[in-house]
Design a protein around this ligand. Sequence first.
Ligand code: PLP
Length: 387
Amino acid sequence: MSIKEIDKQFIAGTYARFPVEIVSGKGSLVYDDEGKEYIDMTSGIGVTAFGIADEEWKNAAFEQMNKVQHMSNLYYTQPCALLAKALCEKSGMKKVFFGNSGAEANEGAIKAARKYAAEKKGGDCYTIVTLKNSFHGRTLTTLAATGQEHYHELFKPLTDGFCHIDAGDLDGLRALMNTTEIAAVMIECIQGEGGVIALEKDFVRELRELTEQNDILLIVDEVQTGNGRTGKYFSYMNYGIMPDIVTTAKGLAGGLPIGAVLLGEKVKDVFGFGDHGSTFGGNPVCCAAALSVINRIDDTLLESVNEKSRFIREELENADGVESVSGMGFMLGIKTVKPAKDVLKACMENGVLCLTAKNKIRLLPALNIETEQLQKAVSIIKAACKE
Ligand code: PLP
């Protein structure tokens, strides 16, 4: 049996895989089982921040693996403490809880918000408001947070206590505040799965003011947008605001599983002994790899992300068959005249891997993709978009 056949027989059918088996790679190049080369414009959906099998990243993980690969959270380990410090320095947050995924990070943020509100305002204050078209994860609680009904079907009842408003609808939020006690508002500054849609700056700033004035926590989900993806370390930095809680995952450890809840001043001490936990949370190998990633995301790298992002926009914005380009940094959505899935297929046939988000082509290249590879990928994408 081939790998594809074994996979089809033994893996639960949750993923519509492309007919390609990836066996190796280096940087932004990956190879399939027939030796075909692809330029990877997906980075494992925003995970492999420095590409495949990056030397510095591998060394950081291997070095830690040779020391200690796991200890329970009953003991101190260096990578976990140093990574939390580095994340607080980057973000302006004060304390960190580590888990293993984006959904787990959002679960942690929701628990932190509920406990803060329960202690401060009483047990009836638990509602979390999120945006329509958002995506916050696949667990029953983060599905409830996700403002897209089609993900909810057949999995009800979901966790209670979530309301959804349209992006930009502050009046809707104000109206809700008259009838419902709200613990927190959770947003993605750029809705990724929702179609790479950046929220309006005025909306985000006014939302921050309104939540601040009413002691409603603002949670920013940086699972996809974090760790340099949008040309700043975190996407909220493009908006000039400071959230109360930030969640992140995906690119943080460059390809090893990690999730983090970053707790700001108001909520830094909300979790006490036994309030939350995760066996693998703060795993030393994942944290050592993440430290090597975070230490490389400096102003020079971010400037090069922004410069390369401008290049992609300039090339594609007025190209034949392209209607518009959305997003920021290396999180871009391309609205094409042809169906996005047809463009993706043509790109794949010509050696470029892309993603889709709703009806757009989505590009999430590694932060260090080489200029030549990027140029080649963009010209293949451009040709594929052409009518
Ligand atoms: N939040 C956002 C904004 C995401 O894009 C995702 C995944 O795509 C998640 C949460 C869930 O992350 P994970 O798949 O690691 O649980």
